[in-house]
Design a protein around this ligand. Structure first.
Ligand SMILES: Cc1cc2nc3c(=O)[nH]c(=O)nc-3n(C[C@H](O)[C@H](O)[C@H](O)COP(=O)(O)OP(=O)(O)OC[C@H]3O[C@@H](n4cnc5c(N)ncnc54)[C@H](O)[C@@H]3O)c2cc1C
Length: 303
């Protein structure tokens, strides 16, 4: 109930504008967001590298309503790749297609995406296309597959809560596309997604077991110690090396576990969001863990 309310609120522009303009909530967002400027994200990525972790930079934004906003997002991503190269960071980039204008026109979005993937390739880097809510699933997969025909260095995300994901994994594996596996962060109806956490978790393990033995390099994105144990156990039993896949976690969440996995010899990539448009991302992080809401409410009221 709380999760659904928070995810619903994440799409409320008036509330979002108020939250973003409020000094206290801006400070609180720093728990999950590296900062508003690329410099701040670069500093966090450098720190991750120094602790033996790779990074993925995400210039926050989604569901843009004008072509000008989409072009600005494209430019920010081109700058990301140039900056990563100039700073010699061990980092790639993640973006959302609705930030590149998918709501406006698929052709327009594809044109911008192509320029970003092209820059990724020229820099010898990799672009991950994040997965958004179910109205975008098929178009995201289609655009990723289309890019993959010309560029090797593009991949996408599969959400374990969707019934369709097993078929999607099969198709993407056949196309040699790198997958980030996550549980899924949006509110989806019960006719297309598992409503119960235990079913999502069981599907997560099933999909992980499809990904790891494949020849392609995948990301296992979770903070859930049970999903992590299932992955490390499966890899050990199958003789799959620790360098054949990577774990991924979000900036600000379970830093202790991130570092522990590095000490245990696993690869760890930290997803580093930055930028002004942090409200929907922040609300999804609150929705994932009710304790976060209490923490922030106490902090806010206690000022
Ligand atoms: C690198 C990365 C990229 C992602 N990309 C996408 C994407 O493209 N599309 C998409 O739909 N989703 C994405 N997600 C979000 C994902 O779908 C889940 O919503 C999120 O990771 C929470 O699920 P979990 O696997 O951590 O397990 P959960 O069962 O939700 O959580 C397990 C434990 O992790 C900790 N935890 C989890 N979330 C939080 C939080 N917000 N605050 C504090 N502690 C927390 C808690 O200790 C919790 O008990 C991504 C996640 C990661 C790590």
């Amino acid at each position: 109930m709380l999760r659904a309310t928070l995810i619903g609120l994440s799409q409320n522009k008036a509330f979002g504008d108020w939250v973003i303009s409020n000094g206290a909530t801006r400070r609180m967002s720093r728990r999950f967001v590296a900062g508003e400027k690329l410099d701040e994200a670069v500093a966090v990525a450098r720190d991750c590298n120094q602790h033996g972790m790779t990074a993925s930079l995400d210039h926050l934004g989604e569901n843009v309503t004008t072509e000008a906003e989409a072009r600005q997002a494209r430019d920010a991503y081109l700058e990301n790749f140039d900056r990563i190269a100039a700073e010699k960071l061990d980092a790639n980039v993640s973006l959302k297609l609705t930030q590149l204008g998918l709501d406006l026109s698929e052709d327009f979005c594809r044109g911008l995406l192509e320029s970003v993937v092209d820059r990724a390739q020229k820099c010898g880097n990799f672009l991950r296309i994040d997965m958004e809510g179910s109205p975008y699933t098929q178009r995201t997969i289609d655009l990723c597959r289309r890019m993959r025909q010309r560029y090797a260095d593009v991949g996408t995300v599969i959400q374990a809560y969707l019934f369709r994901s097993e078929d999607d994994v099969r198709g993407l594996l056949q196309a040699g596309i790198r997958i980030r596996l996550c549980k899924g962060a949006y509110k989806e109806p019960p006719d297309i997604a598992f409503p119960k956490k235990e079913d999502v978790d069981a599907n997560y393990v099933k999909l992980m077991q499809m990904l790891l033995p494949s020849v392609t390099y995948h990301g296992i994105a979770t903070h859930d110690p049970r999903m992590i144990a299932a992955t490390t156990d499966f890899a050990a039993k199958q003789g799959i090396g620790k360098d054949k896949f990577e774990f991924q976690m979000l900036y600000g969440i379970r830093t202790d576990l991130q570092r522990q996995l590095v000490r245990d010899g696993y690869r760890m990539r930290v997803y580093i969001p930055y930028g002004n448009d942090w409200f929907p991302y922040f609300m999804r992080r609150l929705a994932e863990r009710p304790a976060n809401v209490m923490f922030f409410a106490r902090h806010f009221l206690g000022r």
